[in-house]
Design a protein around this ligand. Structure first.
Ligand code: BES
Ligand code: ZN
Length: 443
């Protein structure tokens, strides 16, 4: 099962139904003022589960404070924890972030990021006599439902292993020697309509074709494979094979902070994390720097139409940013001059800047003026995927990405706040603040 929380299954299981011709079988069943973090206390959340941050010790000054940002990292990563898209923790994090934005003076709304992702298919095998044997669909199997003769293939699915009778059949192929993807290609080339791969040892196995397969494909244990081999020897042995892609409905959200009706500039970062860990660097760090930049830039925010965003569901495919960009009206898109993406800004000592060339070069000038050393790579991660700036660039909106590469805890359970040095959070924040000031001054 996919490690998504709060999910709704859509679609059905993958199953294979095998039966002798003589025997018919039923189909099987198959989320104030500027200063240090403010505790969350909205009706949308469970305040008791979020620790109240220490009372403001000293007033936070007008400049970007690495320590203030670090307090947000601790809240998001240590207190809330792993923030998988669609989970309660992601929702609590959104409430926390919205509360901070409001405490600086912004309006903050949460907008829905609803989408479906493919999940692993659950597979079942039913043989004559109503005996059910578990099967797994192999990743990237084609979907489909079919009835066909069951034909055993002698070897492991080399082209020459397929008898003429494989044409139009569901073929039974042993695991081993060839990749699953190659077995499927060879079977399809031999005219097979479906393929069952049985393990070359007793137990079950899991696997993937790597890329989309042409025909429905399932895997069965070695034991089940032996049973099916026996069945295939019976005259008229038929198999009914069905693979249905299961999908999971995910309800994530973005948090959008505004000072006016328009967004001429957006500074943001994703606030969801992978399941494996609390995502302190990836990306409580960028979210925290976004919040602290919002606090520092509040005096400019109304006149310069500054917006700040925390994106949901980045880790599942940039969903939050893609859905936001897709939802922009032509006028909103026209008004939006630049986006700054902060992702993984707390660990490592080499700054990389990528994205739209003109912006990257401008960050180079900002870095020089502030005395930070950065590597400019306009065609680095900014060009392809990787993080939320890509959604804006793909829509023709200039965007720039601040990040560092060297994080030994990337996507691990050890991506914890204790590995982030608060002073590490300052350069990205200060460069962002200065960049936005220059962009806004230039109009
Ligand atoms: N924060 C990472 C991207 C990243 C990686 C930034 C290394 C800086 C250094 C992001 O959350 C991520 O994991 N992206 C995925 C792709 C995404 C579409 C799931 C990636 O880069 O593989
Ligand atoms: Zn990530």
């Amino acid at each position: 099962m996919h490690p998504l929380l709060g999910r709704t299954l859509v679609g059905g299981a993958a199953w294979v139904l095998a039966f002798a011709a003589a025997c018919t079988q039923p189909a099987p069943a198959g989320e104030s003022g500027p200063g240090a973090p403010t505790a969350v206390a909205t009706a949308e959340t469970t305040p008791a589960s979020i620790a109240t941050p220490a009372p403001r010790a000293a007033a936070v000054g007008p400049d970007f404070s690495g320590q203030a940002a670090y307090e947000h990292v601790k809240q998001l990563a240590d207190v809330i924890g792993s923030r998988v898209a669609g989970s309660d923790e992601e929702r609590k994090a959104a409430d926390y972030i919205a509360t901070q934005f409001r405490s600086y003076g912004y309006t903050a709304e949460q907008t829905p990021v609803d989408f479906e992702v493919a999940d692993e298919a659950v597979a079942e095998l039913e043989v004559s006599g109503a005996k059910r044997i578990p099967t797994n669909s192999l990743g990237f199997s084609a979907s489909g439902s079919l009835s066909a003769p069951l034909v055993a293939v002698r070897g492991t699915g080399q082209p020459a292993d397929f008898p003429a009778s494989a044409n139009g059949a569901v073929v039974l192929v042993q695991r081993g020697t060839l990749s699953f993807g190659d077995k499927v290609k060879n079977a399809a080339n031999a005219g097979a309509k479906g393929i069952i791969v049985y393990n070359n040892e007793a137990g079950e196995f899991r696997g993937t074709l790597g890329t989309a397969g042409a025909i429905p494909t399932v895997g069965v244990s070695g034991d089940a494979g032996q049973e099916l081999l026996t069945l295939a020897q019976q005259p008229g042995a038929q198999v009914r094979l069905k693979v249905e892609t299961q999908s999971v409905q995910v309800k994530s959200r973005n948090v959008l902070a505004k000072a006016s009706d328009t967004c001429s500039y957006i500074v943001g970062g994703h606030f969801d994390s992978v399941q494996a860990g609390p995502g302190a660097n990836d990306n409580a760090s960028g979210t925290a720097a976004t919040m602290e930049a919002a606090r520092v830039l509040w005096p400019l925010a109304k006149q310069a139409n500054l917006c700040f965003m925390a994106f949901g569901a980045e880790e599942l495919g940039l969903w939050g940013s893609r859905i936001h960009v897709r939802g922009l009206s032509a006028a909103e898109r026209q008004a939006l001059k630049a986006m700054v993406n902060l992702d993984m800004v707390g660990v490592g000592d080499r700054w990389r800047i990528s994205g739209s060339e003109a912006l990257v070069n401008q960050v180079g000038e900002v870095a020089d003026s502030l005395g930070y050393k950065v590597s400019l790579a306009p065609s680095g991660r900014g060009a392809g995927g990787g993080s939320d700036h890509a959604s804006f660039i793909q829509a023709g909106i200039p965007a720039v990405f601040f990040y560092r590469l060297e994080d030994p805890n990337y996507h691990l359970a050890t991506d914890q706040a204790k590995f982030i040095d608060p002073t590490n959070l300052e350069p990205a924040g200060r460069m962002t603040v200065e960049l936005i000031k220059r962009l806004a001054a230039a109009g």
